[in-house]
Ligand binder design. Structure first.
Ligand code: DX5
Ligand code: ZN
Length: 217
């Protein structure tokens, strides 16, 4: 079984309640929340008031992916929005070790996200402190983009880095995930799949989630 974290970026913001009810009763393990600031990525999504509204209805842990510069400034606000996991980009943190400590001190799981061009080896000296690594399989900023195949070789190297150290750090992959890319991703070592367009663009979103969840290595 694979854990699935559906991305609310592709949900219907005119009727979030309906989508959250579907997600609450689905096989989703987490809910993926994409926050964009228009600076770190060329798009703006939503911020804390919307996250708080989601948190009131959601019955699954919130997996918050911050595509913003200097995310360390917002640790307590993210925690107050109910985040279980706080994902910060490697490329957005000058003092990554400090930010990871702050996330843990606030009582959340800490995850570091890598853009497609950032090698997994950049995490060699922090991997022991991470609950999760999020590999971007598209350039962050937009839903419904095409999966970048070089993610797979990064995944294999990251899996080795984690397993050779006997760590429990989970690997999540985000961008362009469907049944085909999801299968290849799970075979290469992913534990958690994020999916936006594949889930919310499907005739039966709950089935799309359980189809991804049934993938196994
Ligand atoms: C992209 C976001 C993703 C996005 C995934 O910047 O981080 O989480 O919503 O969407 P799909 O699954 O449609 O590629
Ligand atoms: Zn994301």
């Amino acid at each position: 079984m694979t854990k699935v974290s559906p991305s609310l970026l592709s949900a219907n913001f005119g009727n979030l309640d309906q989508d959250l009810e579907m997600l609450n009763s689905s096989d989703a393990e987490l809910l993926h929340i994409d926050v964009m600031d228009g600076v770190f990525v060329p798009n703006i999504s939503f911020g804390f008031p919307v996250m708080q509204a989601i948190n009131k209805k959601a019955q699954k842990p919130l997996d918050v992916h911050l595509m913003i510069v200097d995310p360390g400034r917002y640790v307590s606000q993210v925690r107050d929005c109910g985040a279980a996991i706080m994902n910060v980009h490697y490329e957005a943190c000058t003092h990554l070790n400090r930010v990871v400590q702050q996330i843990h001190d606030a009582g959340m799981k800490a995850a570091v996200t890598l853009n497609p061009a950032t090698p997994v080896e950049m995490l060699e000296d922090i991997i022991e402190s991470l609950d999760m690594v999020l590999l971007m399989s598209v350039n962050p900023g937009f839903a419904a983009q095409k999966f970048i195949p070089s993610t797979l070789r990064k995944l294999v190297r990251l899996r080795k880095m984690i397993d050779s150290r006997g760590l429990k750090t989970e690997i999540e992959v985000d961008g362009g995930i469907n049944l085909e890319t999801g299968r290849a991703t799970v075979e290469a070592g992913a534990d958690i799949l994020v999916a936006g367009n594949f889930v919310f663009g499907a005739p039966d979103p709950a089935k799309a989630i359980s189809d991804l969840a049934s993938l196994s290595r």
